[in-house]
Design a binder for this molecule. Structure first.
Ligand code: SF4
Ligand code: SF4
Length: 104
């Protein structure tokens, strides 16, 4: 079976693994109220502490995992989304998890 997430490149627009990692991610951290107000309520979790997820997938993620994805709120995305960098430990962990899920 072909992996949904390629292991030899880190093209976020054909990945999306870190945006579909956990129902508890991403959470808000140091955003100001003004910054949070820019995120449409439909994408925010019921407890207002992070993004709303469906089956571990952030509701603001558009597209098909491993093929082509995009963030519907890219310009105003949470801080943790900005700090996750292609190839870092969190990225590798998310990609590994998604690959395992696809292989099951
Ligand atoms: S940071 Fe890593 S896991 Fe997240 S979309 Fe980019 S390549 Fe995928
Ligand atoms: S807000 Fe955007 S960048 Fe952050 S997890 Fe959701 S889809 Fe990904």
């Amino acid at each position: 079976m072909t992996l949904a997430v390629p292991t030899d490149d880190f093209d976020c627009q054909s990945c999306g693994a870190c945006c579909s990692y956990s129902e508890d991610w991403p959470r808000f951290s140091l955003e100001t109220d003004e910054e949070l107000d820019l995120i449409p309520a439909e994408y925010v979790s019921a407890d207002l502490g992070g993004m709303r997820c469906e089956d571990n997938r952030c509701s603001a993620l558009d597209g098909k995992l491993g093929i082509h994805v995009g963030c519907r709120i890219y310009a105003v995305r949470p801080i943790v989304c900005r700090t996750c960098m292609p190839g870092d430990d969190e990225c590798l962990m998310a990609r590994h998890k998604l690959s395992q899920k696809v292989l099951l």
